[in-house]
Design a protein around this ligand. Structure first.
Ligand SMILES: NC(=O)c1ccc[n+]([C@@H]2O[C@H](COP(=O)([O-])OP(=O)(O)OC[C@H]3O[C@@H](n4cnc5c(N)ncnc54)[C@H](OP(=O)(O)O)[C@@H]3O)[C@@H](O)[C@H]2O)c1
Length: 312
């Protein structure tokens, strides 16, 4: 992979390297940032699996992208589905996996539990991706310099630390608090995964990205769940007026997935002062997201909860 932008020129989709023959999985690729990410990577020649929970939406998205996109069912909120997906994908692609993009997510929804008994935001945004990545590690390390990109958020800064005493929010639940925790978990996961890959001498890297504020379905999901039409209309209005496009929001993910020479555990976001919009650049993260003791503890808890043990 050797595509970069000239010094001082913004990095755009035009800087994507040629990806013919590369295999990519994008979770939550039927809409928003995942769709734009998958479309751009397929446009650069990659074979892209759209990992989606709704096959009708997934097949519609694959048709819109073209013949290099294929939909495959993955519900991150069900461990059985994660196992089924990983096994099916690995059997169909014995050569290995070049890029895994952990993108799917839900935001600030009322408290619900998954069939595995986990709080839904932690389950979807972190635990499902933790299990998926662990099951796909053999496929990833089979390809030198493969990448794992996990999509976090500015909202990770809302979580001062992981609340290990009440990870599932059974004692006290706040919709935004749980979202912030899950996005902090994305960064702690990336840091500990990179540490383990480095220790074991693999060239595979784990990196993270965030899209700033981008107009997608994400902001309206909670309002729809509450049946609050007025709130939904407001999120639509704010998206139209303030947010950047989903295409712009996908650029940090695309940069993290392909830009040459970025170190493991990099974090990529938009370039404006508040990181809400703009072209991709390396960005900082909260002190809590750099706390390796917390990262190791989250790793252990995630292994226990998912039952997925990494070969690292
Ligand atoms: N948009 C922003 O401003 C923003 C800001 C910061 C971070 N992010 C992050 O960006 C990522 C992508 O979100 P987006 O903005 O593109 O929103 P989106 O358009 O709502 O896309 C989210 C995707 O995740 C999928 N998904 C949800 N639950 C799933 C599950 N259990 N299993 C499999 N897929 C599931 C959705 O599928 P369905 O269509 O079936 O629901 C959808 O395809 C998320 O991780 C989000 O936290 C977004």
């Amino acid at each position: 992979m050797n595509a970069s932008s000239a010094p001082g020129t913004p990095w755009t989709e035009a800087n994507l390297p040629q990806l013919a023959g590369r295999r990519v999985i994008v979770t939550g690729a039927n809409s928003g940032l995942g769709f734009e990410t998958a479309k751009a990577l397929a446009g650069a020649g990659a074979e892209v699996t759209l990992a989606v929970r709704d096959m009708t939406k997934g097949e519609h998205a694959a048709a819109a992208i073209g013949p290099r996109a294929t939909a495959m069912r993955l519900d991150l909120a069900e461990l059985a589905s994660v196992h089924e997906f990983a096994q099916k994908w690995s059997t169909a692609n014995p050569e290995g996996l070049d890029i895994l993009i952990n993108n799917a997510g839900i935001m600030a929804i009322p408290r619900t539990e998954t069939p595995d008994g986990f709080e839904a935001q932690l389950a979807t945004n972190h635990l499902g991706h933790f299990a998926l990545t662990g099951l796909l590690i053999p496929a990833l390390v089979a390809i030198p310099h493969s990448r794992i990109v996990t999509v976090s958020s500015l909202a990770h800064k809302m979580a001062r630390k992981m609340n290990f005493d009440d990870l599932m929010g059974t004692k006290k639940y706040s919709a935004w608090g749980a979202y912030g925790q899950s996005k902090l978990a994305n960064l702690l996961f990336t840091a500990e995964l990179q540490r383990r890959l480095t220790t074991d001498g693999y060239s595979t890297i784990a990196v993270a990205a965030h899209p700033g504020f981008s107009a997608t379905n994400l902001q309206g999901v909670a309002a729809k769940m509450r049946g609050n039409h007025r709130e939904f209309q407001i999120t639509e209005f704010v998206n139209r007026r303030i947010a950047q496009s989903a295409q712009m929001g996908a650029l940090p993910t695309l940069f993290a997935a392909t830009a040459p020479g970025i170190p493991g555990d990099s974090y990529v976001g938009p370039s404006d002062k508040w990181e809400t919009r703009g072209y991709p650049k390396l960005v900082g993260r909260s002190a809590s997201a750099q706390d390796m003791a917390q990262a190791r503890r989250l790793w252990d808890v995630s292994q226990q909860l998912t039952g997925v043990t990494y070969p690292l």
